[in-house]
Design a protein. Structure first.
Length: 388
């Protein structure tokens, strides 16, 4: 039995969906705008057919692409990483996770403070993760109060200086928030521990010590069903966090896309068999999309592009490689938030797919259907397989 690899380039959208106006995202086109503004060159992804999905100013179409290509539509309510990855795994959400554009309500904050033994919290409103520690870090050090903030996504984020609140203590606070405060109507998609270090004016997040505590996914999802069927499941990057670490044989956290690619190549060289590898490459989203840095975004795509030959060289004839995204994050826009976009679909080898041009799939869950079929597993996931 072969191996299946799904690589999610975080925040890689290919144009606004039909319902994007409901999210204020009707003008978004992450890959299209990055190509137009930066002239990014992606020669290896171009060979795979990424320029065939939508017109790209700097990445031409390929008349004989090495892979099948298309794009996928998100049907779940929302546009965050948890929602996107869950839909890839066959979970469609009819109701979005709650968001807090005006900050968290008093009852939620009171529950968090009472359970953690802190008197109060700082900030409690949507904020940039890099700005919030600069603006509240000094007060945090003086008072000991944790910095609690959110974003446009359904997240409850807690930032503390590592010398004031140990990282282990911060994790304990976030675990309490996950299981005792952000529940019921306040069940956010993720609680995120955000440790930082440094001195006033020079605070820096410790990205490799970030930890996400996801809402518990329904058990009828691709990862759990593969695991229960005896197929080895591997997470690279933040994927396991998004599934509350459920259903994985092994998970490998990463500090960067470079490390994620290295971990992937390491696994591919380990003579795996009958295995599913789920990869998230976060830098495009976390470092560049949210920070409105199109040049950085382009550089991150080019880094991934340079790895494509090494990845493809390790795909055996019985294996399957899928490259996609989980939402958009247009760094050429005025918004630092995720965007409601189609995501790319690249399937290699091309012969495994039903057609060279797969068109527009009705749901990200087409990936779950395809992977389940690849492993010969019965399922009731929504969507349909794009494999032959």
């Amino acid at each position: 039995m072969g191996n299946a690899y799904v690589i999610v380039v975080d925040g890689l959208g290919v144009g606004a969906q039909e319902d994007a106006d409901q999210y204020g995202d009707e003008s978004m086109n992450t890959l299209g705008h990055v190509s137009e503004e930066t002239g990014v060159k992606l020669p290896n992804l171009q060979k795979m057919g990424i320029g065939n999905i939508i017109p790209l100013a700097s990445v031409p179409e390929n008349g004989q692409p090495l892979a099948a290509f298309g794009k996928l539509r998100e049907v779940s309510a929302g546009k965050d990483s948890t929602t996107g990855h869950w839909e890839i795994a066959g979970i469609q959400l009819e109701k979005p996770f709650p968001t807090y554009p005006n900050g968290f309500p008093k009852d939620l904050i009171d529950a968090f403070c009472e359970g953690t033994g802190v008197k109060k919290v700082l900030c409690n409103k949507p904020y940039s993760g890099t700005d919030v520690i600069q603006d509240y870090g000094e007060e945090h050090i003086k008072t000991g109060y944790p910095i609690v903030y959110t974003s446009a996504d359904s997240v409850f984020q807690v930032a503390c200086h590592e010398e004031l609140v140990s990282i282990q203590k911060l994790y304990e606070w976030c675990e309490f928030a996950r299981h005792n405060a952000t529940i019921g109507e306040h069940e956010v998609g993720r609680v995120i521990a955000r440790p930082f270090t440094g001195t006033p004016g020079n605070f820096e997040r410790i990205s490799e010590k970030r930890h996400d505590y996801s809402s518990i996914p329904p058990k009828n999802n691709l990862v759990q069903k593969l695991y229960d069927s005896g197929i080895k499941t591997y997470s690279i990057g933040k994927v396991s966090d998004l599934f509350a670490e459920n259903g994985f044989t092994q998970y490998r956290p990463t500090k960067s896309n470079a490390e994620g690619i290295s971990q992937l190549l390491s696994l591919m060289s380990a003579q795996l068999d009958n295995s599913f590898v789920f990869v998230n490459l976060i830098d495009t989203d976390q470092l560049f999309g949210h920070r409105l840095d199109p040049e950085g975004y382009a550089g991150s795509l080019e880094e991934f592009d340079r790895a494509i030959p090494a990845i493809v060289s390790k795909i055996r004839k019985e294996d399957l490689l899928i490259i996609t995204g989980d939402h958009g994050n247009d760094p050429c826009s005025a918004s630092t938030d995720h965007s409601r976009e189609f995501v790319p679909l690249i399937v290699f080898p091309k012969a495994a797919a039903k057609a060279e041009n797969l068109g527009t799939g009705d749901t990200f869950s087409n990936i779950a259907c395809s992977i389940a079929g690849f492993f010969g597993m019965d399922h009731d996931f929504p969507g349909k397989s794009f494999l032959d």
